[in-house]
Design a protein around this ligand. Sequence first.
Ligand code: SAH
Length: 210
Amino acid sequence: MSKQTLAVELSKFAVFDDAKQNLEQYSTDSEVAADILWAAHMQEWIKDKTVIDLGAGTGILGIGCLLLGAKKVTFVEVDKDSIKVLEKNIEQLKEEFEIIAEIEIKNADIKDVNPETFEKADVVVQNPPFGTQEKNTDALFLEKAMQLSDKVITMHKSVTKTFIEELAEKQDFFPFRCLKYNYPLKMTMPQHKKEIEYIKVSCWFLVKNN
Ligand code: SAH
């Protein structure tokens, strides 16, 4: 597997059929997903590791981790319609690749994920809502992620840099790496005028201080 083959493989999976605006459902672009996951893979954060994909949607991030040899991936998603697509994507993955990893899908709202009882993982990977529909959803996802793992790969709007890094610092995490993208947002919602719009998104690799 190379970064490019990963991008090609990831582009073959289904995305949201009917994206829900209130849940800020945007699938991560396959090239961007491959770039992020490849960087994580090079740091030895994925192979043989346990991963939680928070706000998994149709699963592109967690599926990428499975293709890169993760030991276990737990997908967490509130929306049942997305879970149906995710389940089909997992079937497709298993038909095409020999996946021996453990795979778990949890239909849950992030608000109800209790870090005291939820099984922790080696790494959390997430492209959560940016908090444009429901304020503070981005912060809520990030806080939960940092309670579930000592390593967090998390995507947010680049303009929130100070906010994200301060939030991380409060929980004793430091920004080990930050990848920047001019992110193609395919216009899937009725109010969108252009077919594709680009927004600046950054992906932070956060690590807990020892
Ligand atoms: N991770 C996917 C989807 C990103 S879109 C990808 O990278 O393609 C954000 C996802 O978060 C959507 O699937 C949405 O349904 C989910 N989501 C939004 N609010 C949520 C909540 N409160 N709890 C759990 N999932 C939520």
